[in-house]
Every structure is written in structure tokens, then in C-alpha cells.
Design a protein around this ligand. Structure first.
Ligand code: PRP
Ligand code: ZN
Length: 298
């Protein structure tokens, strides 16, 4: 065994962020070998070990330095931070980068036939939630007196059981609320996945973490970028270039046997929508290709 420095990353074992987190690690070029119990995976070609865990445990693992970095929703991090703040404690966790998945929101919702349909209607109610610290800190800020009842899961059935008047839970597609006869009426937090890191790591670990974050950034950028090629009438070249989203300096190439058209090749750093392509066509662009990018390194 050698004693090279390795970092440990915590990701959600099963849930909304699991597949996307593993995919991000794999797209960063890291090959993993899973242990028998599937709880830890070892990087074969990179000094990293991946801990597969409940998302709610990730803040503690990062705060204690058991893991050096982790991928979790902002909602989970914020709940941890609010509960530490309520006890006058700081956290040893820093946000390192935003990720383009795991979008959801934390919202108040009540049964369809309930009279509670605004934040001020929440005064004096009982609210079931898995996010008591977040909700309590929000209610305090908004000067609303209400009681939070903590549920670890299945919050959405609490109103039916008579435990509470309403809930405050994560909403992604809204399917769970609908299936339980609940209606969302107020959002208190928007969330998506982020990479977080422990605040104090050794210099050797920081080096690896920074390299990994660079790779993650390249992967995310490549996912969001497209390479666009098209033929453009020279007379409309400026208009066409201005329509290419997030492209800095496209390459212009002459076309064989064509005096009035050129080829334009551009790296577009923003989403390329169908509307953009239709507008390009309207301005006379033809042979438009939108090509996915595998890797970008500036
Ligand atoms: C959240 C929430 C709902 C569901 C909402 O759970 O508690 O059950 O997602 O999603 P929908 O609007 O698409 O129906 P989460 O995935 O965070 O699982 P967990 O609470 O068990 O970690
Ligand atoms: Zn969870």
C-alpha cells in the first residue's frame, strides 16, 4: 500500500441527485470500483474515494471533515446551517460550485379545501416539515407565529392524519403534492445541487480538490455549450453572428464555389434553443449543425 494523499467525496446513495452525481464524477474521467456493500467506491485512476450516503448526513460528514467534499442540494446545506445558527454554531462548510441539476423548491402547501392559502394564514397553525430549522428561521424573519412538527419522510400524508394543518416540503415536478391532494401556495427557498467542501483541508488535499473542481467546471460547461456550424450569406453575416448565443469570436471560412456565402463555426456557451435556429434560418443561414461537446479546456 502506498500512502498517497486521497480525498473523500460524499454523494447521495439513492435519490434525486445520485445518478447525476455519479455521472459527473465519471465524466470528469474518474473510474470507480465499488466495494461489496456498495457504500464506498474507490477511484482507480484518481486519488478519490466516494462515500455513498443519505443526503441528510452529508452536511455532518463535511462539517466534521470526515469527507473533504460533497454533492448535495442547497436545501440540505441550508437546513444544516440554519440549525447550527439556531444553536449559535458556525459551520465548516463552503459552497464550491453550482451544478445544473437537482432543481427544486421548498414550499408551503395545504389541502385543496383548506382556508390556509397565504403566508399570513399560517399564523397559529401546525406545519409538518423535514426542514424545521429552515422553516422556523423563515417564519421568525417574516414575523409569523406557527409550530413546526418534524417529519423525517412522508411529510405529505401528515395533513390527512390530522397531525398538522399544512406542510412545508420540497417540490420538484409537483406530482407528490397532487397525488396527496395538496396545493402549493408560497415558496420560501429555491434550490439546486452544489458542490460543497470542508473549510480546512491540508494543502495536499486542496490541490486535488481544486483540480477536481476544474474538471467538474469543464464538464458542466461542455454540457451547457454547443458547437454550431452554418452557412451564412455575407450580406447577413453580422446579424447571424449576433444571434449565436454566448459566442465570442466565431471562425469564418470561405466556401468553395460560393462568392456570396461563408461558413461560420462558433462555440456557443449558452443554451441553443429551437427558436435561435429558426431565427438564424430566417436571416438566410443554411446547413445549420448543432454539435454536442465532450470536453472543454481553456
Ligand atoms: C422530495 C419531497 C417529495 C418529492 C417531491 O423528496 O419530499 O417527496 O421530493 O418531488 P415531486 O414534486 O417531483 O413529486 P426527496 O427526493 O428530497 O427525497 P428525501 O426527502 O427522501 O431525501
Ligand atoms: Zn433526504
Amino acid at each position: 500500500m502506498n500512502n498517497e494523499t486521497r480525498i473523500r467525496i460524499a454523494i447521495q446513495k439513492s435519490g434525486r441527485l445520485s445518478d447525476a452525481s455519479l455521472k459527473l464524477i465519471s465524466q470528469a474521467g474518474i473510474k470507480l470500483a465499488r466495494s461489496k456493500d456498495q457504500l464506498i467506491a474507490y477511484g482507480n485512476n484518481y486519488p478519490i474515494d466516494v462515500l455513498l450516503t443519505r443526503d441528510d448526513d452529508i452536511p455532518t460528514l463535511l462539517n466534521e471533515g470526515t469527507c473533504d467534499i460533497g454533492i448535495m442540494g442547497y436545501n440540505i446545506y441550508n437546513e444544516f446551517k440554519c440549525s447550527r445558527e439556531a444553536d449559535k454554531n458556525n459551520t465548516n462548510i463552503d459552497s464550491a460550485m453550482d451544478l445544473p441539476f437537482g432543481e427544486c423548491r421548498l414550499s408551503f402547501a395545504s389541502p385543496y379545501d383548506s382556508e390556509i392559502k397565504s403566508l399570513s394564514d399560517c399564523r397559529g397553525t401546525k406545519i409538518a416539515t423535514s426542514y424545521p430549522a429552515t422553516v422556523n428561521s423563515y417564519l421568525k424573519k417574516m414575523d409569523i407565529n406557527a409550530t413546526c412538527i418534524e417529519f423525517k419522510g412522508s411529510v405529505e400524508i401528515a395533513p390527512k392524519l390530522g397531525t398538522c394543518n399544512l406542510i412545508c416540503d420540497l417540490v420538484s415536478t409537483g406530482t407528490t403534492l397532487k397525488a396527496n391532494g395538496l396545493e402549493e401556495f408560497h415558496t420560501l427557498l429555491e434550490s439546486s445541487a452544489q458542490v460543497y467542501r470542508h473549510s480546512n483541508v491540508s494543502e495536499a488535499k486542496a490541490k486535488i480538490i481544486n483540480n477536481l473542481l476544474d474538471r467538474f467546471r469543464s464538464v458542466v460547461r461542455a454540457i451547457e455549450s454547443k458547437y454550431v456550424t452554418l452557412h451564412a450569406p455575407i450580406a447577413k453575416l453580422d446579424t447571424i453572428i449576433s444571434l449565436l448565443p454566448g459566442s465570442e469570436s466565431p471562425t469564418i471560412i470561405p466556401l468553395n464555389n460560393s462568392a456570396d456565402k461563408v461558413a461560420v463555426h462558433a462555440l456557443c456557451n449558452e443554451k441553443v434553443f429551437w427558436e435561435t435556429l429558426e431565427n438564424l434560418k430566417k436571416e438566410g443561414a443554411s446547413s445549420i449543425l448543432v454539435i454536442p461537446i465532450e470536453k472543454i479546456l481553456d
